[in-house]
Structures are given as structure tokens and as C-alpha cells.
Write a protein that binds this ligand. Structure first.
Ligand SMILES: *Cc1c(COP(=O)(O)O)cnc(C)c1O
Length: 406
């Protein structure tokens, strides 16, 4: 049953796609584990993981099996009904976290949209319409819908689209005094990434998250953790809040949750969940059986002592080699991050040149990411083989060596 496909090339992108992306010059067509191959058959090691998504690499056999099995029984049924994969995944998320309740959607932005709407609805129901202010961090990233770019702390993503959502204040990240000065009884939520991902792989200080928790409690505000990037094992714990020991009221997850299949989730407590009564919020595809079947296979594998301990060990292996490369070639001032979300902060001489490093790495057969123009980001599969780490970082070193010789 082979289907004839017309030949397409990178040049087609510039003719038929909205130009909001600038994809690489080659087209990946196949992946297995931590490797991908492009149209010409060239092999690349993948430490980008589809932007911190492919948590178990490409085409993991357990995920392929879960998806195929579900594809042969039911694809979609809508929220007019419930479905078995959604209920099973929800049970597993609830059992593994602080949460009692789950809302499923299709992306990180939608999970945050639900989180922000819930926070405002809770405050509205309990305290009235005055209590609607949201405090978020400068440089934060929460998605690309109008509400999420408005809460996000990067004006370049929210400017030029008409009036922004009102009632949002931005404060510098990791600055307790600034948060203390901004919060009031009108605050309904403080929204934070435990590690700022897109903003430069910048981990929160423990004292900062603890202070945020205390200030929220004092002002009857909800603490929302955006764990779209840090969640599902990425930090070495199932969710990064567990690493810090600071528990939010609402948590958003996506990216790794689907391991490459689109899904998002908003997690919260019984007490808060009841404010999203029948009809207050929804999405057609949310809780889709295919997505939830894959999500269940992901959590079954990721939430095991072996995989989570493996993340910590592999993190140390990455860090040691990246620190050596940074020092030997003078390119990094710091290697930071948690687990397998690592950022190499470019030194003064290389500031702003993350894209140049990415291109040089791709030329050597390695996919990595940037996080702001000043940070090279690594978000590989959590089960990447040690031999692939060594080979990938050897390629990375060759790329850096060539750049610094040029
Ligand atoms: C990627 C990301 C989002 C947005 O997720 P989408 O699936 O692209 O909508 C939100 N928050 C954080 C922290 C992210 O890293």
C-alpha cells in the first residue's frame, strides 16, 4: 500500500509556507533514537530533541506500539464522551504529582491559557473582579496565543498585535524584593518557569521559589509553574518543582509529555478545579485518545527510578565535557541548567552568536538549540546512549574548534 508522494525540497517552503519560521537548509525525513537522517541520507545526532520534546528520542518502540495500537481502535471521539487513554493518563499524572485533577489540551500555550483563565476565575469567584492581576517574569516564555504572549516577558513576541491582555506586571527573575514590591491583594497569580527555558536556560534560586510560595499564600494568590519545558523528567525529577520542593497550585505540561505527539495538560487541585465548571472552558481535540495513549507510554517509561537517575548521570557527563570545551576554546562563561536541559552561556567574545554555533554544529552532523542569542541549549533524549553523548560532543568540539580557528 505505498502512496506516491510528489518530491518536495526546502525551496518549496519559501513558496507555500507562511514565512514565520526560517528552517534549516536540509529536510530531516527519518529518526531513530538520538539520530536523524535528511533527504540526502546524511546522518545527524539530535541533541535538540524537537525543542525539548522528543523525550525518548525518535520512534521509541514503546511509543510507536502505543500509537499504533490506539490508531487501530479509536482516533477521536470528542469531549461529549470521555475515553480510556485520557482517564488512564490522568490517573497517572494525579498519582505522580501534587495534583488531583487534569485538563487536557494540545500544546503548551493552551495549557498555560487554561492555567491563567483558571487563576482569574478562582479569584473572580472568591474575591470579585478587582483581583485579576498576574505577575510574571521578565524574559519568561509561556507560548504564542495573545494571553500567553502578554504574560510572557518578551515584548518582541507581544508587540504589534493590538491591545494586549491587561492586568499583567513583569518583574526581574530571581529578584525576591521586586516580587515583594509588585505583589498585592489584587494579585490573582504569580507565574514562573522553575527554569527559564527560552529565556536562556536560567534556573530559579531555591530561595526565590520559596519566597514566591510564601508571598502567594500571604496575598491569596495562586502560584502557577509553567513546566512545559522543565517537566516530564527533563530536570532529573518528574517535574522540576519536585527538585525544589516548592509546590505550585497550578502546573502546565506539554512538550515532553507527548514525546513528539501533540498534547498539553493543566494540573491542579480539587479545590481549584471546581471553578472550571461545565461549559466554562474546553477544546475539541483535548484528551484525544491517540495523544493520551502516547502520553501514557511516555510517563510509564520516564517516571521510573532508572530513567530519572539516568538523566542525572547523563547530565553530569554532558556538563563535564561542555565545561572542558568552554574552557579550552574560551567560548562559554558558564554551563548551567538541570538534568538534560543545559545551557552554555557564550563568553563576552561570542555573545549574540548562538546561531553561528548552531550552524557550525549542524555542519559537523549535530543538532543543538539556542535559547536567546547568547546561550547554546542542549535538550537531548532522556535515554540517549552514553556513546551517542560522546560522539555528539566530539562533533560539537570539532565545530567549536573550527569556529575559533576561523
Ligand atoms: C514551549 C513552551 C511553551 C509553549 O508551548 P507550545 O506547545 O509551543 O504552545 C510554553 N511555556 C514554556 C516554558 C515553553 O518552553
Amino acid at each position: 500500500m505505498s502512496v506516491e508522494h510528489a518530491h518536495v525540497a526546502r525551496a518549496d517552503f519559501d513558496q507555500v509556507m507562511v514565512p514565520n519560521y526560517a528552517p534549516a537548509g536540509f529536510i530531516p525525513v527519518r529518526g531513530a533514537g538520538s539520530r536523524v537522517w535528511d533527504q540526502s541520507g546524511r546522518e545527524l545526532l539530535d541533541f535538540a530533541g524537537g525543542i525539548a520534546v522528543n523525550v525518548l528520542g525518535h520512534c521509541h518502540p514503546a511509543l510507536v506500539a502505543a500509537l499504533t495500537e490506539q490508531a487501530n481502535s479509536m482516533w477521536h471521539i470528542s469531549n461529549v464522551f470521555t475515553n480510556e487513554p485520557a482517564l488512564r493518563l490522568a490517573h497517572k499524572l494525579v498519582d505522580a504529582t501534587f495534583a488531583d485533577r487534569v485538563f487536557f489540551c494540545n500544546s503548551g500555550a493552551e495549557a498555560n491559557e487554561a492555567a491563567f483563565k483558571l487563576a482569574r476565575r478562582v479569584a473572580f469567584d472568591k474575591f470579585g473582579e478587582e483581583k485579576c492581576e498576574i505577575i510574571a517574569a521578565t524574559n519568561s516564555f509561556h507560548g504564542r496565543t495573545l494571553f500567553t504572549v502578554s504574560v510572557g516577558g518578551q515584548p518582541k513576541y507581544s508587540d504589534g498585535f493590538g491591545p494586549k491582555i491587561q492586568g499583567i506586571t513583569h518583574v526581574p527573575y530571581n529578584d525576591i524584593e521586586a516580587l515583594k514590591a509588585a505583589i498585592s491583594d489584587k494579585t490573582c497569580a504569580v507565574v514562573l518557569e522553575p527554569i527559564q527555558g527560552e529565556g536562556g536556560v536560567l534556573p530559579a534560586d531555591l530561595a526565590y521559589l520559596q519566597a514566591a510560595r510564601e508571598l502567594c499564600d500571604k496575598h491569596n494568590a495562586l502560584l502557577v509553574f509553567d513546566e512545559v519545558q522543565t517537566g516530564m523528567g527533563r530536570s532529573g525529577e518528574l517535574f522540576a518543582y519536585m527538585h525544589y520542593g516548592v509546590t505550585p497550585d497550578i502546573l502546565s505540561s506539554a512538550k515532553s509529555l507527548g514525546g513528539g505527539f501533540p498534547i498539553g495538560a493543566m494540573l491542579t487541585t480539587n479545590e481549584l478545579a471546581k471553578h472550571l465548571a461545565v461549559g466554562t472552558h474546553g477544546t475539541t481535540y483535548g484528551g484525544n485518545p491517540l495523544a493520551c495513549a502516547v502520553g501514557e507510554a511516555v510517563i510509564d517509561i520516564v517516571n521510573t527510578p532508572e530513567v530519572l537517575a539516568g538523566v542525572k548521570a547523563k547530565s553530569a557527563r554532558f556538563k563535564a565535557k561542555l565545561e572542558q570545551i568552554g574552557q579550552q576554546y574560551g567560548v562559554f562563561s558558564e554551563v548551567r541548567g538541570l538534568g538534560l536541559l543545559l545551557g552554555c552561556v557564550l563568553s563576552e567574545a561570542w555573545k549574540g552568536k548562538a546561531k553561528t554555533v548552531l550552524d557550525a554544529a549542524a555542519a559537523e552532523g549535530l543538532l543543538v538549540l539556542q535559547a536567546s542569542p547568547d546561550v547554546v541549549r542542549f535538550a537531548p533524549s532522556l535515554v540517549v546512549e552514553d556513546s551517542d553523548i560522546d560522539e555528539g560532543l566530539a562533533r560539537f568540539e570539532r565545530a567549536v574548534a573550527k569556529l575559533t580557528q576561523a
